[in-house]
Design a binder for this molecule. Structure first.
Ligand code: CO8
Length: 261
């Protein structure tokens, strides 16, 4: 739809948006203008009723090699504090539509954190995840220490954050960071992510977005609050036409036709 410099927005399926990070010379290092474009594209996707799910990907060599080190290197505390440096990254996690990260190659630092902000991660066998900030004299700043600790536990998170070692796609799968490692082949991870997005987009969209909201709540609320929240959202879905249609279709042994209402 729009003209972007650092990303490409495509529509591989009528109900699926594909956003490709496109700054090949810097291995998709996440400079501020790239993030501004990504946020703008996600706002547009979120507002477009015809789109049910989003795939976010990079290149074969790099999903993203981190925040832009050259842009950061001369900044002072007062600069990063006053400009709320990188705070607008959080916009991505406010997107209501599910985002699937299709990761090939390097997902390092902010690139790993970007993948972790997505809802589902599929990895190519070439994917390498890491938080190498320690080698730069800093620590993760985009949620890496917190999100990883929830997902892979303390010891592995400490190892990643304190040694800076990259982990392989296989390790990421074993540790539960990614849903699965797809089979070999150029473009395979994007292909499978688009298929998954298409499946999600074929469901009732109110239920899909409610499902995303309640799963995310598991990372913010305690169990009692989370269970109550889930049940109330579940109750609320009985006010939708999609619930009537979905359950009637089951009883009548036919396929549901969701109207997202
Ligand atoms: N920032 C800026 N430029 C980069 C970055 C980066 N993160 N990564 C790569 N590039 C550039 C290189 O400088 C190089 O540019 P040039 O051709 O002009 O010299 C080009 O991309 C290609 O890179 P390499 O020649 O290094 O390619 P290699 O295949 O030899 O190596 C690596 C690939 C191993 C990925 C290597 O590029 C590397 O180590 N990159 C840096 C990885 C890193 O440290 N990332 C963490 C950055 S810090 C961070 O992300 C903080 C996050 C805070 C987020 C807060 C969010 C709210």
């Amino acid at each position: 739809s729009s003209n972007y410099e650092y990303i490409i927005v495509a529509r591989p399926e009528p109900a699926v948006a594909l956003i490709t990070l496109n700054r090949p010379k810097a291995l998709n290092a996440l400079c501020s203008p790239l993030f501004a474009e990504l946020n703008k594209a996600l706002l547009e996707v979120d507002a477009d009723d015809a789109i049910g799910a989003v795939v976010l990907t990079g290149s074969e060599k790099a999903f993203a090699a981190g925040a832009d080190i050259k842009e950061m290197k001369d900044k002072e505390y007062s600069d990063v504090f006053k400009s709320r440096f990188l705070e607008d990254w959080a916009a991505l996690s406010k997107t209501r539509k599910p985002i699937i990260a299709a990761v090939s190659g390097y997902a390092l630092g902010g690139g790993c954190e970007l993948a972790l902000m997505c809802d589902i991660i599929l990895a190519s066998p070439t994917a390498k995840f890491g938080q190498p900030e320690i080698n730069l004299g800093v620590i993760p700043g985009g949620g890496g220490s917190q999100r990883l600790a929830h997902i892979i536990g303390k010891s592995r998170t400490m190892e990643m954050v304190l040694t800076g070692r990259n982990i392989s796609a296989q390790e990421a799968e074993k540790w539960g960071m990614v849903s699965r490692v797809v089979s070999d082949g150029e473009g395979q991870v994007v292909k499978e992510a688009i298929e998954m997005a298409k499946t999600i987009a074929s469901k009732g969209q109110i239920a899909v977005q409610a499902g995303k909201e309640v799963v995310n709540a598991a990372y913010e609320l305690n169990l009692a609050e989370g269970l109550r929240f889930e049940r109330r959202i579940f109750h609320g879905l009985f006010a939708t036409k999609d619930q009537k249609e979905g359950m009637a279709a089951f009883a009548e042994k036919r396929k549901p036709e969701f109207t997202h209402s």
